[in-house]
Design a protein around this ligand. Structure first.
Ligand SMILES: C[S@@+](CC[C@H](N)C(=O)[O-])C[C@H]1O[C@@H](n2cnc3c(N)ncnc32)[C@H](O)[C@@H]1O
Length: 243
């Protein structure tokens, strides 16, 4: 995979027809039309064997819809909200190669920082389901809980050809997350950004993803992580169910 290849796939993606069953469900919380097209185009081109999705919705239906053409492919869809996980499950229906994981949010510590991210049996489930060739990071909700930790958790279970898709990547919290990821993986991190896709969408590639050792985050960054997570843990949206 090269940046040019990703840009070329993005050009072909523009002609992909997305079912109105999904486009009718696009909201400010879901992937936008262009991101959905790019997601589908990347699946068709890369033919991933194992897909991991963090944060389900329209994207889950979009990914599940591609599985008929990929008989060896499985999808593991994780959500912190039992409500939205239930909606995704209802929408996809029973599919032998789609699994759903409810992973309620918990505090998680990594290299001196604190995050609010997926808990429950998340580590065991993703370890059992990997290695992944494609990971969509679209949860937990970025402003309240942050998505930075997702990549630290998932990195050990990425295949050599894995691509990571980050939605909302033009927003401040996701920009911050990418800034930290670039520090951790340094020249082994590269990305192609599509800032024009609603709140942004990025395709990220990591070389030797599991080789991260113990990153050294700055003192201010570590202190901020504690302050931010104190606020997130107090959020009435911790469970992710609609009010
Ligand atoms: C950014 S959304 C994920 C959107 C999903 N990837 C999609 O394309 O529809 C992050 C979280 O919001 C919740 N969610 C899903 N669909 C939603 C919707 N239509 N409105 C509000 N929240 C939603 C879920 O808990 C999900 O994990």
């Amino acid at each position: 995979m090269t940046p040019n290849k990703i840009r070329s796939i993005a050009r072909t993606a523009q002609s992909i027809e997305i079912s109105t069953a999904w486009t009718s469900q696009i909201t400010s919380s879901t992937l936008c039309h262009e991101s959905l097209q790019l997601l589908v185009a990347l699946v068709r081109d890369r033919r991933p064997t194992r897909i991991l999705e963090l944060g389900g919705g329209v994207s889950t239906a979009g990914l599940a819809g591609e599985l008929d053409a990929l008989p060896a492919t499985t999808l593991l869809s994780c959500d912190h909200s039992s409500h939205y996980l239930g909606l995704s499950r209802e929408q996809v229906g029973s599919h032998p190669r789609v699994r759903f994981l409810h992973a309620p949010l918990e505090l998680y510590r990594f290299a001196g920082k604190r995050f609010v991210t997926y808990g429950g049996g998340f580590d065991e489930a993703i370890a059992a389901g990997g290695p992944y060739d494609m990971v969509l990071v679209d949860g937990p909700p970025g402003y309240e809980f942050g998505r930075e930790a997702a990549l630290y958790r998932v990195a050990p279970y990425l295949s050599d050809v894995a691509i990571i898709l980050l939605d909302d990547s033009a927003r401040e919290p996701e920009q911050q997350a990418m800034h930290q990821w670039k520090r951790v993986w340094a020249d082994r991190f590269w990305a192609v950004h599509f800032p024009q896709y609603k709140k942004g969408f990025s395709v990220i590639v990591l070389r030797d993803a599991s080789r991260i050792g113990r990153p050294r985050f700055g003192v201010v960054n570590r202190l901020r992580s504690y302050r931010a997570t104190r606020l997130s843990m107090a959020s009435p949206n911790l469970k992710g169910d609609p009010a």
